[in-house]
Design a protein around this ligand. Structure first.
Ligand SMILES: *Cc1c(COP(=O)(O)O)cnc(C)c1O
Length: 464
């Protein structure tokens, strides 16, 4: 087996500013130990998110020059529509400025107060858009999907027994659509199998409930189906993708993920009545239907990105670089969520730092340490993000994770090796990490703006 190499060479480079530990200590202190407050110039390897952070190809940049900015009937829309329908064969496609705009338009049309929308796991913007209309978002992922150590190959699957029972309990008339997120972002980037998509689609059909897909990482999900599901080893990625979407009645998409662009999204669906209603909201809030919330050049870049993202060499390289880091961490005994998902590595900070109680934010402490040691920026997904209760009190989140999300086509193998080294060095020195406290927090969504400092509690090393 030879090394899996990046299937591209680099024509345009973006320098990274090298920083010393002493500099990073100052920068982090100035940011009150909140990584969202750091200027990104002061970050060496930025793994805060894979959303909107992709590198575009030379072909995409060239495509932007032929973008047609006509208000109505732009040929760029034609190319965008054709590229979307080639993979997702729905009747209508509406461009939006990003994924959540597609969600808002869809839910404002299809739901009314008191309705229920089941999914494997709703992404947070999806849930918020459902709840904004006083409907109820329900997560029905399989039990294995909630167990960080389970090696189930499709941990993003929906529990079909639970779905059937849920429909019986609430009544199909109160469920305007059913959704499925591929891959399951909030559940660790875990994939959904074709068999499960088909089973859910069949259950929905049986009850006359339209089935929608949150399609953000559709190509990565198709790659996992090809690798892990019986009968798909020889199928092409575009064929697998078309089979997935042939099971659905519509989709919402954030082009900031698997369309390889920095901004954009769309809503696709088959139903003519819903299309007309959605189109009216689109015109009111995003723009004329042939550009939606985007420029003509953005539509060109998406059309080309959709061809590039289903390229097997690209997907093989992307998944290999995530799995390489993940597998080495598992070998070294570092607790991470398993199996390694598509777009990110999730470190189990609670298991990494058992001497730091959840209410002293082990995830925040670990994320800060990765920055101090190596200039790496990850994201705490744990008690800082979810621990704040509506009544102002605080409770530990279900898990304390640090997510390292890998931007598409941005970092090379040596960058990933460096990330691995920094995590392993932190693992060896884990006893020296201390808990943290919040000195100031806002009323809601505190992870973005809270100010932190270290607690006075001694680290395990100091106590010994
Ligand atoms: C990013 C994301 C969204 C929302 O898309 P935006 O472009 O950020 O508005 C919805 N669902 C999933 C699964 C996502 O990852």
């Amino acid at each position: 087996m030879k090394t899996i190499i990046e299937p591209f060479r680099i024509k345009s480079v973006e320098p990274i500013k090298m920083t010393s530990r002493a500099q990073r200590e100052q920068y982090l202190k100035d940011a009150h130990y909140n990584l969202f407050s750091l200027p990104s110039d002061d970050v060496l390897i930025d793994l805060l998110t894979d959303s909107g952070t992709s590198s575009m190809s030379a072909a995409q940049w060239a495509g932007m020059m032929i973008g047609d900015e006509s208000y109505a009937g732009s040929p760029s829309y034609g190319r965008f529509e054709e590229a979307v329908k080639n993979l997702m064969p729905f009747k209508h496609v509406m461009p939006t400025h990003q994924g959540r705009a597609a969600e808002r338009i869809l839910f404002s049309v299809v739901t009314k107060a008191g309705d229920f929308i089941p999914s494997n796991t709703h992404f947070d913007t999806t849930r918020a858009n459902i709840e904004a209309g006083k409907a109820v978002a329900v997560d029905l992922v399989i039990e294995e999907g909630k167990d960080p150590a389970s090696e189930h190959p499709f941990k993003g699957n929906m529990d079909t027994d639970k779905l059937t029972a849920f429909i019986a309990e609430k009544g199909a008339e109160n469920i305007p659509i059913c959704m499925m997120t591929i891959t399951n972002n909030s559940g660790g980037g875990q994939p959904v199998s074709m068999a499960n998509l088909r089973a859910v689609s069949d259950i929905c059909k049986g009850h006359g409930i339209p089935f929608f897909i949150d399609a953000c990482r559709f190509a990565e999900n198709a790659w996992f189906i090809k690798m892990r599901e019986d009968g798909y080893a020889d199928a092409s990625i575009p064929d697998i993708v078309r089979e997935i979407f042939s099971l659905a009645d519509g989709a919402t998409m954030s082009a900031k993920k698997d369309a390889l662009v920095n901004m954009g999204g769309w809503l696709a669906l088959n139903d003519d009545t819903w299309e007309e209603q959605c189109r009216n909201v689109l015109i009111l809030t995003e723009g004329f239907p042939t550009y939606g919330g985007l420029s003509g050049r953005d539509l060109e870049a998406i059309a080309i990105g959709l061809e590039e993202v289903v390229d097997e060499d690209y997907l093989k390289y992307r998944m290999a670089s995530t799995a390489y880091v993940g597998d080495r961490l598992i070998e070294a005994g570092v607790p991470i969520m398993r199996p390694v998902g598509g777009h990110a590595i999730y470190i189990d900070a609670r298991a990494f730092l058992p001497h730091i109680p959840p209410l002293e934010y082990p995830g925040q402490s670990l994320a800060c340490e990765l920055y101090l040691r190596g200039g790496i920026r990850g994201c705490e997904i744990g008690t800082v993000m979810f621990g704040q209760q509506p009544d102002g009190s605080e409770a530990p989140a279900a898990m304390d994770l640090v997510r390292l999300a890998i931007p598409r086509r941005v970092y090379t193998e040596s960058h990933m090796l460096y990330v691995l080294e920094v995590i392993l060095e932190t693992w060896e020195n884990r006893d020296s990490l201390r808990g943290m406290k919040i000195d100031w927090q806002p009323q809601a969504l505190r992870h973005f703006t809270s100010k932190f400092s270290y607690t006075d509690t001694k680290s395990k090393k100091e106590a010994a």
